[in-house]
Design a protein around this ligand. Structure first.
Ligand SMILES: [Fe+2]
Length: 192
């Protein structure tokens, strides 16, 4: 019987190292990492081998790998998983000067994108407005470049949790970033 080589998390980490070593451009990096992560998401069971995952619940975040030697814009990239409760969402936010790749391993999340609109674009004063949304189903990846604004919502269903794998090009507690409230167009620095 022919043995087919299976992509592993360790091989993925090597590929990410190679991406940081071969390009300084955030778009090139994020696209390449998203492609590699998509390949990893297609491998059944790899995540359960790395984290202790109960049959139900287990909500919260779990770090999978942190690496000090490379990253963007500064060193210290992070691979983590968030186990999201049904309906779990957050306010629009950016990731500062870092980029992030989101991959859905199980479940589904809705991604909503936002930007500032200014006078001349149909508003009287600066306003944060939605520019589009899409659903990320299991096995898919999406990335957000430095400064881009989005929010996520778990849409896996009434009792459905979502397992979301995220790669932060620099661990987000190392970058200054902002949260936006579309109700009153206020901005605040996110706690680190
Ligand atoms: Fe985010």
């Amino acid at each position: 019987m022919t043995q087919t080589a299976t992509y592993t998390m360790d091989a993925f980490l090597d590929d990410v190292r190679q991406v940081f070593a071969s390009s300084n451009d955030p778009l090139t990096q994020a696209q390449a990492v998203a492609d590699h992560l998509k390949e990893l998401l297609a491998v059944p069971g790899w995540l359960e081998e790395r984290i202790d995952l109960p049959k139900e619940g287990g909500f919260g975040r779990k770090d999978l790998h942190f690496e000090e030697e490379s990253g963007h814009p500064g060193p210290g990239w992070l691979l983590m998983c968030s186990v999201q409760a049904p309906g779990q969402d957050n306010l629009p936010h950016d990731h500062g000067a870092a980029w992030v790749v989101y991959g859905v391993y199980e479940g589904a999340i809705e991604q909503t994108k936002w930007r500032w609109f200014y006078p001349g674009e149909g508003v009287k004063s600066p306003r944060i407005k939605e520019t589009g949304r899409f659903v990320q189903k299991s096995g898919t990846t999406a990335f957000f470049l430095p400064g881009e604004i989005h929010n996520t919502r778990n849409v896996a269903g009434v009792n459905g949790r979502s397992l979301v794998v995220r790669l932060e090009s620099q661990k987000l507690d190392r970058v200054t970033r902002y949260q936006y409230n579309p109700e009153n167009n206020s901005v605040k620095i996110m706690d680190r």
